[in-house]
Design a protein around this ligand. Sequence first.
Ligand code: J2J
Length: 542
Amino acid sequence: MLRGYKPWPEDLKRYYKQTGCWNGETFGGFLEKQGREMNDHIAITDGSEVLSYRELNNRVDQLAAGFMQMGIVKGDRIVLQLPNIFEFFEVCFALFKIGALPVFSLPLHRKTEISYFCAFTEAKAYIIPDIYDRFDYREMAREVKEAVPSLEHIIVVGDNKDFTALSNLYVSAIQPLPEVQADDLAFFQLSGGSTGLPKLIPRTHNEYIYSLRRSVEVCELDHKTNYLAVLPVAHNFTMSSPGVFGVLYAGGKIVLSKYPSPDLAFPLIERESVDFTSLVPPLAIVWLEARKRRSEDLSSLKVIQVGGAKCSAEIAKQIGPAFNCKLQQVFGMAEGLVNYTRLDDCDELVIHTQGKPMSKYDDIRIVDEEDRELPIGSTGQLQAKGPYTIIGYFNAEEHNGKAFTTDGYYRTGDLVKLTKEGYVIVEGRDKDQINRGGEKIAAEEVENYLLAHNNILDAAIVSMPDKFLGERSCAFIIQKHDELSAKDLKRFLQDRGIASFKIPDRFEFVDRFPYTALGKVSKKNLREIIIEKLNDEKKVHY
Ligand code: J2J
């Protein structure tokens, strides 16, 4: 058993099996079955090359054998950092089949985050593209490898330089593969986080596949579905709600777009008759604008999902008419709970709510600061438990004491209210996080990076409203000597090697912070200060 991993307790396992939620399937098992049943049906395409279900399953078996030959065994952690390419799926399912555990990082993560994921999970291998989005991952991998002794292999898709080439690992398939049980851990997702270090989310075959099955039902996918993946496939939304894994589960076709821009995505929609896709709100705005000036035939689109951050009613209203399709709002989290508006819901619900839980076994409640349940219609903290919501983060005992209630609910940190129909409206958040157009920034994590600067006495990061991204980040800084500029600090953070979306959009240099009655930095006051300043600046402009 992996140290730091707390498996689901026996009584809950039994309960979710009895109710039929957990049906004993594994990722390897369901791909095997699709390989046989869907056979020559296209599983994945990027608009030029195609891979059928049979080919995908065969290539996965060859790669599983290659991984085993290089000494990767059941339970090993493998940090995966791949964009929307075929190999992402081959690697994932090969690891699933041998019971090794992918750790899903995002293409934008840089050496600080990656070294941390590798060290924290004692990863044996790190898998990267050669170059993606003008960034050379091999250079970063060199530094990561030096910093993390457990890393035995760097595996590269493409030009491998002096690392291992993924293409050399497709060897003759071997049988039998190690036995993988549906209750076993399958992989780690990443938490958006609110505290110092990113948390890892352990997901098992049984519970994640249940979330896929339920998502496929709610989103009405089947083997005729053509799903366009424009957001990173490693993110939980694009992966599972219903996402690329949901599409494979349903026997549909995944269309991969390497980037989300309409220049790439719209021609793919036309060419591949895409009927379903998922966007974050800022991307929906970009697509709405592009729709006015581009001429592709997008009439195949049936559903556009928007999630990851609050979609304003203004934007929500425009999507259906502009693309002549249905909008589905999705409010989910990598920790589990996913809410969807339903495809036959009235406009009122689709435009003004973030949907309702996908499973009748989801157990949600809305509470005040003392965990007392609130009546329907009041805004409070959302807590959740259920057949696919985790019961604890990986190796984070102390944090788990705060993030979960004693009766097993996950504290989502979201402030929501419920409509009389049981639909959720997201009103805000009480976690110390900035949601920058769907990309989550844990304030404390970035504050800690800044505190490492020898001229910074204190740092506090808050959100500021933004028309396009919903929120941007603003860092308030108290410096020791009056000499820093925003540019210096941006460079300092870049040099440290962190994801670019975490670098504050704005820096405010101040002499002191406002404090709450309890002596904590008042982020509420800081948010008010920056809003006032933004308003003043707007006045000056006009
Ligand atoms: C407001 N806030 C939202 C929404 C997520 C499906 C969809 C999204 C995610 C995801 C996911 C929101 N309106 N529609 O994993 O499977 C904010 C909330 C939430 C946090 C989770 C999925 N949709 N959010 O975004 O783990 O604050 O997952 O708690 O990245 O995003 O972020 P993450």
